[in-house]
Design a binder for this molecule. Structure first.
Ligand SMILES: NC(=O)c1ccc[n+]([C@@H]2O[C@H](COP(=O)([O-])OP(=O)(O)OC[C@H]3O[C@@H](n4cnc5c(N)ncnc54)[C@H](OP(=O)(O)O)[C@@H]3O)[C@@H](O)[C@H]2O)c1
Length: 305
């Protein structure tokens, strides 16, 4: 691992990193970057929901010339809250904790699909899973660790109708979870639009992910910064992946997954946890103001970046 990085954590022990939804896209590029920047006795867990896909991807990353750390595939369907709990417990028991966790998975939506019909899966993969990861992995994050949630620039509060801001502004994690479940119920009951929820699932989902990070960060800030530990959400910018491709006709501005992973990896491997970025939504090394943004025009396609 780079000099000084995660330096407070177990000086002589090997480090463990885990990425969710990592068999393709940005998650896989993050695993590749972690495996290249960590040491030979470190371990990167490439997780995803399909045994075959994670096994194949882990083998391919292992064979890359730049890979230094060990890379293992692990099945983790993030919609299984118990599976998240058990994996965190297992890593705690085996290794005494974890150094890097990246919550990255997303359910792929297609423009022609009904957003409402996919709401349960989308919310489970992005939000219920994020809450579970924060609750289960937060306590086992070793000093000097990094806990990152991949959100997007749509994750600032201003992207929501002002009627909804009170649900997320200054909310605890339980309150964020309550807000997400209220949104889910409103989608099911066909009352979402009248309550101000946008039709595009990605907007409230990303705001809720950032709100969840802010909630946990507010509780841990002082202790984490004393230990050089960082908790943050990140916006990777527009990335050319199978999830984003159906939504854009112009790809000239899209980054490759490897390029997009670079800024996230720089945050992870920064020599110290920057107090200005702690608990914030970070894009290319800068915190995005929480109240920025305007609600989407409904005919716009609001998936990324
Ligand atoms: N692409 C962009 O322009 C962009 C912009 C801003 C933010 N982001 C964010 O970046 C992150 C990665 O997106 P991406 O574009 O790289 O997407 P992607 O290439 O489609 O990758 C999504 C990953 O999530 C996995 N996944 C889906 N459901 C899962 C589940 N139940 N359990 C575990 N894993 C599951 C997928 O696995 P399978 O292969 O099994 O489907 C896949 O590995 C997301 O949080 C996204 O919102 C992306």
């Amino acid at each position: 691992m780079d000099a000084g990085v995660l330096s407070v954590a177990c000086m002589n022990a090997s480090r463990i990193a885990l990425v969710t939804g990592a068999n393709q896209g940005l998650g896989r590029a993050l695993v590749e970057g972690l495996a290249a920047r960590m040491n030979r006795d470190d371990l990167v867990l490439l997780t995803g929901r399909s045994h075959q896909r994670v096994t194949d991807a882990a083998r391919e990353v292992t064979q890359l010339p730049g890979t230094r750390a060990r890379v293992e595939g692990r099945v983790l369907d993030v919609t299984g809250t118990d599976a998240i709990v058990h994996l965190a417990e297992d890593l705690q028991a085996r290794y005494g904790g974890i150094d890097v966790v990246v919550s990255n998975a997303v359910a792929r939506l297609l423009p022609e699909e009904s957003q409402a019909e996919r709401a349960d899966e989308f919310i489970d993969v992005s939000n219920t899973a994020t809450h579970g990861i924060l609750r289960s992995f937060g306590p086992v994050l070793r000093p000097g660790g990094r806990l990152i949630v991949v959100a997007s620039s749509l994750g600032t509060l201003g992207h929501l109708d002002p009627r909804l801001h009170h649900l997320f502004d200054g909310a605890s994690l339980d309150q964020v979870e309550y807000a997400v479940e209220s949104w889910r119920s409103a989608v099911h009951n066909n009352t979402a639009a009248e309550a101000g929820w946008p039709r595009w699932l990605n907007v409230p989902s990303k705001v809720a992910q950032v709100a969840a990070i802010r909630a946990v960060a507010a509780e841990r800030r002082e202790h984490d910064l004393a230990m050089d530990t960082l908790i943050a959400a990140v916006c990777p910018g527009m990335v050319d992946t199978a999830t984003s491709r159906p939504w854009f006709s112009d790809y000239s501005q899209a980054q490759s997954p490897a390029a997009a992973a670079g800024a996230v990896l720089d945050l992870i491997f920064a020599e110290h946890a920057d107090p200005a970025l702690y608990g914030e939504l970070v894009r290319f090394g800068k915190a995005l103001p929480w109240h920025d943004g305007t609600p989407p025009v409904e005919q716009d396609r609001m998936l990324t970046p």
